[in-house]
Design a protein around this ligand. Structure first.
Ligand code: IVH
Length: 683
């Protein structure tokens, strides 16, 4: 592209400007169409196809081209716009102060040019800066009145954003009440950290749901949920980075602003004060080096002028402020080849295509495999054996194939077909309608599923059997010392100490850990069984009603559905699980092995029983509690929480912006409580 611009420039010199304008325009139109397409993928669909670096490059080319030939600029060129359009489903919010976007710098030279420009415009000789992390999430604009959060919005196109208050209120790091009764707007970045992102995606994979491509998309998808309960269950976070002060401030520098934000109760972005641009460049180098060392993804750094009066003086161009610039990191992607594609079998029989790669180093470690997730993903990316591919780490951790370099195809590449028989046990493989995953149908007959099931059973959130890890499980299965999870409870330390890499001491430790796990709470056992769709949360809810495995085994679908948050999918799965003779035998074997199968009075009993027999419904947003906290408070006192209002409902707690449930409660003449009254009732 640089070459194209250079050629056009030369042509313009020899042939005259007019002669090349239509050619330049043709190129520009192509770029505009492409950029608009990718804008839509990124902002509207939350599903980008190219990396940010590639996108930036496209934009830069267009900017360069339009810079060279300003005659061809059209009012609707993406260079003339600030960002994406808001989605229709949310209320629109006009920002009190429009939110512009930032200009970019890609190297030290461009940072010095930025400094020079500022000096020239302001006539100052030395300028102080603050360097911050550029978090790869999405902007949140939080409006507080008299110290209370009244609204949270997305950036949208910079002028008009979307009202996502209901979701932002579930974010623990967003204070609902500030330490001072002030009226102001705060801007920050909402994001999901790498660990939370991975957990969310592995849960989604288990449940056959489409995966998020990266933490940014997961955060964006969550903030745009219409139902705040979904957001409440996902690990969102916010770091504040700016304050739009609407009154008399008394603050004179950006460093002071950030301190003040902390004082008000925000978590604030990492920052570094720099006395001049050379110091900035040093910090930029250091922080670029350490870019992977954060718990969340960053895509660059933001360099801001420290002096607020100078900021004011400099103002903004139509698109971006003159007092700040984004330094974008070079992309951490690598090119390698696909040596093979294998099908790997997970605990629930889900079959995942995995690309075996020529090992390359990406973001600090060697990558030799990359998940291709499922058939749809595989087809969408059209990855074939022998292909040259671009890979990156999603959430900087899980390696994934970004795209195929199709220009490198020789015609020798081979398409991969999802297996029709399980690669481990040979049983039939099916893809249920509406599901993205293929599954082996052999359940406990498939060695791969058996092994993964045992790995799950001993895992931290399940029976938490420390000292029994995947490689020990492999050996135990291989030597036929165990065939299922119950066999663990019949092992002795001699059998273990005869295994490879097992001394007497680690054998005894493993036996002790197994022994200790016999007494785990009932919900952990239910979760550990690995019943499809029954996560740790659902297992806990089940123990509200079922105090023993024996009770749960008797449950019919309708009984299960009475529990709030247990839907038909979970209910059917539970009934189906216990309908299998071999699962019932497994339970019996666990019982005889000494595993506790019921809940004690103490565990089952609520903290107090003041709400026994009372059913609550929550509607609208709560101010000081999250929905989950409020529910927990009811459950701990023996009460029940339901999602729909009926004559059987005892109390309806009505928060802000409550809808039809509040109307229905009034119609039925039910007890209606404000949040404050609800808290009083519980005291
Ligand atoms: S300052 C006029 N500081 O990067 C805009 N932005 O275009 C001033 N971002 O989507 C933005 N971390 O949400 C600023 N420390 C930081 C940031 C940051 C991330 C995002 C921002 C916006 C984009 C900048």
């Amino acid at each position: 592209m640089e070459k194209v611009i250079e050629e056009l420039r030369q042509l313009a010199e020899t042939e005259g400007r007019e002669a090349v304008l239509s050619k330049a325009n043709e190129y520009a139109e192509k770029l505009r169409t492409e950029i608009t397409y990718h804008d839509n993928r990124y902002h509207i669909k939350d599903d980008p196809e190219i990396s940010d670096a590639e996108y930036d490059q496209l934009r830069r080319h267009l900017e360069d081209l339009e810079g060279e030939f300003p005659e061809i600029i059209t009012p609707d060129s993406p260079t003339q716009r600030v960002g994406g359009a808001p989605i229709e489903a949310f209320e629109k919010v006009t920002h009190r102060v429009p939110m512009l976007s930032l200009g970019n710098a890609f190297n030290a030279q461009e940072l010095r040019a930025f400094d020079q420009r500022t000096k020239r415009l302001s006539g100052r000789e030395e300028i102080e800066y603050v360097v911050e992390l550029k978090i790869d999430g999405l902007t949140a604009v939080l409006t507080y009145e008299d110290g209370l959060l009244i609204r949270g919005a997305t950036r949208g196109d910079g002028e008009v954003g979307e009202d996502v208050t209901h979701n932002l209120k579930t974010v623990k790091s967003i204070p609902l009440k500030l330490s001072q009764s002030v009226t102001l707007d705060v801007r920050g970045e909402v994001f999901m950290d790498k660990e939370g992102f991975q957990e969310l995606n592995s849960r989604r994979q288990e449940n056959g749901k489409p995966l998020f491509a990266n933490p940014r998309n997961a955060a964006a998808g969550t903030v745009r949920q219409l139902d705040a309960r979904i957001a409440a269950e996902r690990p969102l976070n916010l770091l504040a980075y700016d304050l739009i002060y609407l009154g008399e401030g008394g603050l004179t520098t950006h460093m002071e602003v950030l301190e003040y934000l902390e004082e008000l109760g925000f978590k604030v972005n990492h920052r570094h004060f720099c006395a001049n641009i050379e110091e900035v460049i040093k910090v930029v180098e250091e922080w670029t080096e350490g870019r992977n060392n954060h718990s969340f993804e960053i895509d660059g750094l933001v360099i801001k002028i420290n002096d607020l009066a100078l900021r004011e003086e400099l103002g903004a161009t139509a698109k971006s402020p003159r007092w700040a610039i984004a330094y974008k990191f070079p992309a951490q992607q690598k090119t390698t080849t696909v040596k093979d594609i294998l099908a790997s079998v997970g605990r629930t029989g889900a079959i995942t295509p995995v690309a075996i790669l020529e090992p390359v180093e990406v973001a600090g470690s060697t990558v030799g495999r990359a998940t291709l997730h499922n058939e749809d993903e595989l087809r969408r990316k059209d990855v074939r054996i022998g292909d040259t591919v671009v890979i990156q780490k999603a959430g900087d951790v899980i390696p994934e194939v970004v795209k195929v370099v199709t220009s490198k195809r020789t015609g020798e590449e081979q398409e991969f077909q999802m297996p029709t028989a399980c690669p481990v046990c040979g049983a039939d493989v099916v893809r249920e309608p509406g599901e993205a995953v293929h599954r082996c149908t052999n359940n406990l007959g498939c060695p791969a599923q058996v092994k993964e099931g045992i790995v799950h059973f001993v895992s931290r959130n399940a029976m938490n059997i420390d000292g029994v890890g995947p490689s020990l499980i492999d050996q135990l299965l291989e030597k036929s010392l165990i065939h299922d999870v119950a066999d663990l409870y019949y092992l002795n330390s001699e059998e273990l100490s005869n295994l490879e890499r097992m001394g007497d001491k680690s054998a005894q430790n493993a036996i002790n850990a197994i022994e200790e796990s016999k007494d785990r709470p009932l919900d952990r056992l239910i979760f550990a069984l690995g019943i499809r769709h029954v996560g740790a949360g659902a297992a806990r809810i089940l123990t509200q009603k079922y105090l023993s495995i024996a009770d749960l085994m008797q449950a019919q679908i309708d009984d299960l559905l009475e529990l709030d948050e247990i839907g038909p999918k979970i209910a059917e799965s539970i009934v189906e699980y216990f309908s299998h003779e071999r699962n019932r035998e497994l339970i019996e074997k666990l019982r005889q092995g000494g595993v506790r199968m019921e809940m004690t009075e103490d565990e089952g009993a609520p903290m107090d029983d003041s709400l026994v027999g009372k059913t609550f419904v929550f509607t609208g947003g709560l101010e000081t509690l999250t929905r989950n906290e409020a529910k927990e408070m009811v459950l701990n006192r023996g009460g029940k929480v339901s999602s729909s209002v009926s004559k059987k409902t005892d109390y309806v707690v009505v928060g802000t912006d409550a809808g039809s449930k509040a109307d229905k409660a009034r119609e039925l003449n039910l007890h209606i409580l404000s949040e404050a009254k609800f808290k009083d009732l519980l005291k």
